[in-house]
Design a protein around this ligand. Structure first.
Ligand SMILES: [Zn+2]
Ligand SMILES: [Zn+2]
Length: 817
């Protein structure tokens, strides 16, 4: 291709630019000044992949503005050796064209910026040349995305598996440039959801990464810098799980591994869970290895030229070492969190001594979720922390003071203010269900950004990460919410509803109006649910019941039909350019319809599991149970109609004082245990649903959470509010156990006061209950004994939305005989 010549040398240009910088305010609003829709686009001879891609994106936009069609693949920028006298120059500050001007453009290398990693993009016109620049190679790409967005382009979603394109350049009417625009995003690091993109074999995954990059977001795991837009000097992380002993060294160094029940332990190699292991923290040799191992990884990944962050995180729930020295070590701290951060601090300080430029980040996660009681002296050497709000409520915004689930998490987060460090968010919104579902949570994702922005003042938000561990999961099904998250992290000035309107206008074209009304109704229905939802990988079945109503299903069906018909009318007689645009909008609509229909189908299944039990009144002794109906316990949905090999059943009734529930299990493999009641002993309750444990989840009338009771065959009793083990501890409820080989029976007496009810519940009141018997099953081949769970209506555990309705009837509690 012909190389353009420049009439202005870079140095002379820099002088001219310096004169203009002095007279222009740097924080002026973005205001269109001059049209560059016909200008040639240049990159430097040393251009990196992101810079070339940025220029190609601008060329595509120009072709669309000119009234043509989108040249998806064949647009190529010119390469200039000297700064051109007219046109568009795309580059980061390391670009041979931009470097001489970098200082005057106010570009400080992303790596050296204060705060460190601060992105800056610049769009500036001097003479007849527009400079589209950033302070990293990706920054140049982000600057191009920003310029086009402000000209009406929208980058709505990543490519679907069918190669569907979410880039809309069709609504641009020009390529107007601001005289002098400089922008710094709300969050320093913006990444997440399709975090397995790089490794994904899903068709379209790479395009997904490319498309979210147009919204200035990185679709990848912090540890993985693959992807088309990471050319040149990429940002790099060392992490995650950077302080775990290596399973393949177990034979050589067993003492690096935790002592569990008297033996050194490692996860099974090849299990996929090799990283879920904590080291022996009293072993100095192990600590030395951690430092050296990170040093090796640092060098392998390009050292100080590339690596900017060391991310130290604890293992995902690994068990702690029980060796004498580790037990002593932990006991020397006021809490587990202090022990955890002090260990990290020591590693971080040793590493920083060698590499002072490195930014050290860590997570507030599991054992280290609470602010350490030892205070900031155990946070030395740590520059930023990502709080993991997996215990937040994924239905209600933080501002909703009526949500007790959020309150617990907000209290814990408020404590972290004492750290006076930038606190980021390692968010789990898109991990809430497995199987994954689409979530109408754009208001919530916007709320997350606004919340952390405000929380961090006077710091900036450090890393904002949104996890979506399941490929093709909630993150990709929840395109609108994911889009709003990206947009808000770049520029928080617009609301979730602004972006929703944009999405409908651009994504659904002529079909926008009915879709906007429906999507707004859907978001309202989501946050109006009378339940709370927290933690990861929940079964969405109960939510399908509480979220969707007949009216919403009808509105959705009508909205899709209307939007489809409006789009197909518009397609009739459309120009080939409009027809191409409408095809993309039809594909976007079809995708949303699929997501909607998944909910509708799930709701139909959930309604089919509905069970209503009249809570009759009876005598407060054996006579009460003697005449009550036996409800057989079922195996897990969808195979719940299968045989219950344990032949278990439940009975329910009420007295003037209490709710009485009996679970009877004819578990052939049950062995009689010594029954000795032990309360408040959390350690004795096995969260892994061990066989020989019964669990009850009960929601009282008007309550949005639920109570959780568990009883083991050895007599350990546990009670909690929802999923918080410490929120509820009542000694008012009573249990009687009867057992012998092959038979176990529990009788619970739950006084109304346990549920906060004074006197008796009223006719028409409804309790909701999930009753689970974790029994035994023998694998005929291996002989192993596994858990076989049955329940009423089936073992739904915390999914209280599908619980059986226990209705206080208005027959005075006794059905006519
Ligand atoms: Zn140890
Ligand atoms: Zn809630």
């Amino acid at each position: 291709m012909p190389l353009p010549t420049s009439r202005l040398s870079p140095l002379a240009f820099a002088a001219a630019l310096a004169a203009t910088v002095a007279t222009t305010a740097s924080a002026a609003p973005w205001r269109p000044e001059a049209d560059f829709s016909k200008a040639p686009v240049y990159v430097a001879t040393n251009a990196t992949v992101p810079e070339v891609e940025a220029a190609r994106l601008i060329l595509r936009a120009q072709a669309m503005v000119a009234g043509g069609e989108d040249p998806l693949t064949n647009a190529v920028p010119a390469v200039a050796t000297n700064f051109p006298s007219a046109g568009i120059v795309v580059g980061w500050q390391g670009s041979a064209l931009v470097a001489p001007l970098a200082k005057d453009l106010g570009l400080v290398d992303w790596y050296e910026a204060k705060p460190k990693l601060q992105d800056t993009v610049v769009q500036k016109v001097v003479g007849n040349t527009l400079v589209v620049a950033g302070n990293s190679p990706q920054g140049a790409y982000w600057s191009a995305g920003d310029l086009l967005y402000r000209n009406g382009a929208r980058f709505l979603h990543g490519g679907g598996a069918d190669g569907e394109d979410g880039t809309f350049l069709e609504y641009m009417t020009g390529l107007m440039a601001p005289r002098d625009w400089r922008h710094q995003p709300e969050a320093l690091i913006r990444m997440g959801f399709n975090c397995r993109c790089g490794a994904s074999k899903l068709k379209g995954a790479e395009r997904d990464a490319e498309l979210v990059a147009r919204n200035q977001f990185a679709a990848r795991n912090g540890a993985d810098a693959t992807g088309p837009l990471n050319g040149g000097r990429a940002r790099e992380w060392l992490g995650v799980e950077s302080i775990q002993p290596p399973v393949n060294e177990f034979k050589k160094h067993p003492d690096w591994f935790p002592l569990i029940d008297g033996k050194r332990w490692r996860p099974a190699p090849g299990s996929g869970w090799e990283w879920v292991v904590e080291g022996c923290w009293s072993n100095d040799e192990f600590a030395d290895w951690v430092v050296e191992n990170n040093e090796r990884r640092y060098q392998q990944r390009g050292g100080s030229n590339i690596v900017a962050v060391l991310d130290i995180t604890n293992s995902d729930g690994g068990r702690r070492c029980q060796c004498d020295d580790c037990v002593k070590l932990r006991a020397s701290y006021p809490d587990e969190s202090s022990c955890y951060f002090d260990y990290q601090t020591k590693i971080a300080l040793r590493f920083k001594e060698r590499h002072p430029h490195l930014l050290v980040e860590t997570l507030a996660y599991i054992m280290s979720r609470s602010y350490p009681k030892a205070g900031n002296k155990v946070l030395r050497g740590i520059d930023a922390i990502d709080y993991c709000p997996y215990a937040r409520c994924f239905i209600h915004p933080y501002a909703d003071k009526k949500c007790p689930t959020n309150k617990t998490d907000l209290d814990r987060m408020a404590e972290w203010k004492k750290a006076d460090l930038p606190i980021g968010d390692f968010d789990y919104m898109f991990d809430v269900f497995n199987p994954p579902m689409g979530l109408p949570v754009w208001e919530l994702t916007a709320d997350i950004v606004d919340y952390w922005k405000d929380y961090n003042k006077p710091h900036r938000m450090p890393r904002m990460y949104s996890e979506a561990a399941v490929e093709g999961g909630c993150g990709s099904r929840s395109r609108i919410a994911a889009y709003v998250f990206c947009r808000k992290l770049w520029d928080a000035s617009r609301t979730a509803d602004d972006h929703l309107r944009d999405w409908c206008r651009v994504g659904f074209g002529e079909g926008a109006e009915p879709m906007l009304a429906f999507l707004r109704a859907e978001a309202t229905a989501w946050t109006n649910q009378p339940v709370h939802l927290t933690a990861c990988f929940n079964n969405p079945l109960g939510t399908a019941k509480t979220f969707m109503s007949d009216a919403l299903v009808a509105q959705g069906s009508n909205a899709f039909a209307k939007a489809e018909s409006l789009l197909s009318s518009a397609a009739k007689g459309a120009s080939s350019r409009d027809a191409a645009r409408i095809r993309k909008q039809q594909a976007a609509l079809a995708f949303e319809r699929k997501v909607f229909e998944e909910w509708v189908a799930l709701r139909a299944k959930a309604l089919a599991t509905s069970m209503e039990i009249a809570l009759e009144s009876g005598e407060p002794d054996e006579k009460g149970f003697a005449r009550m109906k036996k409800y057989p316990m079922a195996t897990r949905y969808p195979s719940w109609q299968g045989n219950d090999i344990t032949d278990s059943f439940a009975q329910f009734y009420r007295t003037a004082d209490a709710l009485r529930i009996r679970i009877t299990s004819n578990d052939k493999l049950f062995k009689e245990q010594k029954w000795q009641e032990r309360r408040g002993d959390e350690g004795k309750f096995d969260w892994g649903c061990k066989a020989g444990t019964m669990e009850l989840f009960i929601q009282s009338p008007g309550q949005s959470g639920y109570y959780h009771f568990a009883i083991t065959a050895e007599g350990a009793l546990y009670d909690a509010l929802a999923m918080d083990a410490k929120a509820f501890d009542s000694s008012d409820w009573k249990v009687d156990s009867a057992q012998r080989d092959g038979f176990w029976q529990l009788t619970l007496t739950l006084p109304w006061g346990v549920f906060g009810i004074e006197g008796e519940p009223k006719p028409g009141d409804v309790f909701r209950a999930v009753v689970v018997n974790n029994a035994h099953k023998k694998n005929e081949k291996s002989g192993d004994i596994a858990t076989f769970s049955v329940g009423v209506p089936f073992p739904a555990y915390h999914d209280i939305g599908v619980g059986a309705a226990l209705v206080i009837d208005d027959f005075g509690g006794r059905r006519p005989e």
